[in-house]
Write a protein that binds this ligand. Structure first.
Ligand SMILES: *[C@@H]1O[C@H](CO)[C@@H](O)[C@H](O)[C@H]1NC(C)=O
Ligand SMILES: *[C@@H]1O[C@H](CO)[C@@H](O)[C@H](O)[C@H]1NC(C)=O
Ligand SMILES: *[C@@H]1O[C@H](CO)[C@@H](O)[C@H](O)[C@H]1NC(C)=O
Ligand SMILES: *[C@@H]1O[C@H](CO)[C@@H](O)[C@H](O)[C@H]1NC(C)=O
Length: 586
């Protein structure tokens, strides 16, 4: 428990300009204001701007003036309590104040971390601003990191006599949570040149099946004009209002066939028996979107090519519908909107998949607070797949299904020396997956190693969670966007078949589990009754067993070589823990 200092920020002079707008004018680089609505009718909204030089966020909140107090803060995964709040309150004398605290029931912090408070009421709207450093150097406070931030808020009608002891979580009906990416990349220019036009690749009034998971496929042919090579400058989701929440993620694939080969214009379930086999050529990713992602814009140097003389004109949209209520009345016409031009940028961009192979060979036992799976992109594969001058990764999209809570990719040179991390989200949520433009593009050379780790929480699962395509299965992927384009498209791993067979045999012989060499991998995992020791053993096997590498070209074929029983890349020199801008941590 903390000792409470009492500092009161009395309502300051009223600003004509909103504080954020005023600050934007004086802080170099802080020229962008981001905003998110905190409730459905947008009557409460959060606006922010970033000052990377002092590692500070300047927030401004707009809300109806009739409230006596308003608490807004951060929590680890969106829970209303415990959370790290700043509290705006009006005392019985009508004065507004702002205070920091760190628990559901307000305890004032010794150190005030919500500073620079200003407030202004006009036309029934209260606007207030404050600043918060990314890292307050208080060990109990939330650290604002790159990646997902869960913003929580609650409010009450009544004026307060004092704030100590206020129970923030008691106003559950008047509270909320939104996920945002606070530490946006301020250098991304979203404006498109005038010569860019749109191309919509969407489904056509699909009657979404009343199943929990549907992968819907639609093959379309590009218009004639795409006989000439174009560049994709930007793409974004194009989702019907009534399908918000239903469309979980989407991908657009190019059909890798000779330029004049016809592909059937199939529309239907991707896993249907009658899906023409030729459509399985449609597997090279052109665009990937997942829930919560804003438009993805390519950097000035490069863009994704589409069309051209040697480009088969067929592409396929795949939409993943998530319909847990099994409603039968959804009719959907969603898809991807591309912004394309025949004016080409200097280089072609591409996408590489890092992480785990989509396979039931990797699994997460039930009842785990945090269990990790790791996918490797080995030195052997980058040596085969990357050009001598390497590639530059400028974007990254982390992906898991429902139980993923943390995802990151570490980067090593050919000698096992760790380089800065490629991307990390410590508060990852499957419901907020965006393709992030990296703040510092990353150069990856042949021989480098990329290690992608996902942590999962399966506390509410009673059975094993297997790797696979279903939403109830799990994935661990980092789709990285890079230039110049190379042949390497998949650099993923799973445990070697041999090691897994040995593990199942061990479980039978030493732990008397009903695993068997004659049944499949899924059956074997399901047959095991999980306890602490067996979970621990599985974890050790995953961390030490040799790998089965998927080192594939964009044609879908493997790079030549023997990819079974590869060694786990050694970490020789790890990075020191991240540097914190703190004189002392209190
Ligand atoms: C919020 O951001 C969107 C997109 O950037 C912008 O169009 C909108 O005007 C902003 N809203 C407010 C109230 O600033
Ligand atoms: C605060 O309110 C919540 C919800 O009503 C309740 O569960 C919790 O016990 C309260 N906390 C305290 C310390 O009274
Ligand atoms: C867990 O597995 C058992 C046995 O296969 C099955 O009966 C049960 O429905 C499963 N539970 C869930 C939540 O899927
Ligand atoms: C890699 O290529 C092999 C051989 O073509 C194929 O069996 C495998 O499914 C591919 N893996 C991935 C992840 O695409």
């Amino acid at each position: 428990m903390k000792v409470f200092g009492v500092i009161t920020y009395v309502l300051c002079a009223l600003f004509e300009l909103s504080q954020v707008e005023a600050l934007v004018k004086i802080i170099p680089g802080a020229y962008k204001i981001y905003n998110v609505s905190l409730n459905e009718d947008n009557s409460v909204s959060l606006h922010w701007t970033l000052d990377y030089s002092s590692e500070t966020v300047i927030f401004e909140i707009h809300l109806p003036a009739e409230y006596g107090w308003f608490a807004v803060g951060f929590s680890i995964r969106g829970e209303i309590f415990p959370a790290d709040y700043c509290l705006l309150w009006e005392n019985h004398q009508g004065k507004l104040s702002l205070r920091a605290n760190d628990h559901g029931v307000i305890h004032l912090d010794k150190q005030q971390d919500c500073v620079g408070f200003r407030a202004k009421k006009s036309n029934g709207i209260l606007k207030f601003t404050y600043q918060r450093r990314f890292d307050t150097c208080d060990r109990k406070d939330y650290i604002i990191e790159d990646g997902t931030t869960h913003i929580v808020w609650s409010r009450g009608k009544h004026k307060l006599y004092q704030v100590n002891g206020l129970n923030v979580s008691s106003s559950l009906e008047d509270s909320g949570m939104v996920r945002v990416h606070l530490l946006e990349n301020v250098d991304v220019e979203y404006n498109l040149p005038k010569h860019v036009k749109t191309l919509d690749v969407i489904t056509d009034r699909v009657k979404v099946p009343a199943d929990e998971t549907t992968y819907w496929c639609r093959v379309v042919k590009l218009p004639e004009e795409y006989k000439v090579k174009h560049h994709i400058y930007q793409y974004e989701s194009h989702i019907q209002e009534s399908s918000q929440g239903l469309v979980h993620h989407m991908e657009v694939f190019h059909c890798e066939a000779p330029p004049r080969e016809e592909i059937p214009l199939y529309t239907g379930n991707c896993f249907a028996k009658d899906r023409p086999s030729k459509t399985h050529l449609c597997k090279r990713v052109l665009a990937a979107w997942a829930m919560g992602a804003p438009p993805f814009t390519y950097p000035d140097e490069a863009a994704l090519p589409i069309g051209g003389e040697n480009f088969n004109p067929y592409i396929m949209l795949e939409v993943h519908y998530n319909n847990p209520g099994r409603r039968a009345d959804f009719v959907d016409s969603s898809g991807i909107r591309f912004h394309i031009s025949s004016k080409l940028k200097e280089m072609d961009a591409g996408i590489i998949e890092l992480g785990l192979e989509y396979t039931d060979k990797m699994a997460i036992p039930p009842g785990q607070e945090s269990f990790s799976l790791t996918g490797y992109c080995t030195s052997a594969c980058t040596s085969m797949g990357l050009p001598p001058q390497g590639i530059t990764i400028f974007g990254s999209q982390l992906h898991t299904h429902l139980t993923g809570i943390r995802v990151y990719t570490r980067h090593f040179d050919a000698y096992g020396k760790e380089l800065p991390e490629l991307n990390r989200d410590n508060h990852f949520s499957t419901h907020f997956q965006k393709i992030r433009r990296l703040k510092k593009p990353v150069k990856v050379l042949p021989g480098h190693v990329l290690i992608t780790r996902c942590d999962y929480n399966t506390m509410n699962r009673e059975n094993i969670t297997l790797g696979g395509f279903e939403i109830s299965d799990e994935m661990c992927v980092n789709y990285v966007h890079y230039y110049p384009h190379t042949d390497l498209e998949v650099c993923k791993s799973s445990i070697s078949d041999q090691a897994l067979t040995t593990y199942f045999r061990y479980m039978k012989e030493w732990e008397a589990q009903p695993t068997s060499v004659t049944q499949g991998v899924s059956q074997n995992y399901k047959a095991i009754e999980w306890n602490k020791m067996r979970v621990q053993l599985l974890n050790e096997v995953y961390n030490e067993a040799p790998l089965s590498m998927q080192c594939n070209m964009s044609s879908g074929d493997r790079f030549p070589g023997y990819w079974e029983n590869a060694h786990i890349p050694p970490v020789i020199t790890p990075l020191p823990p991240p540097w914190r801008r703190c004189e002392a941590i209190v």
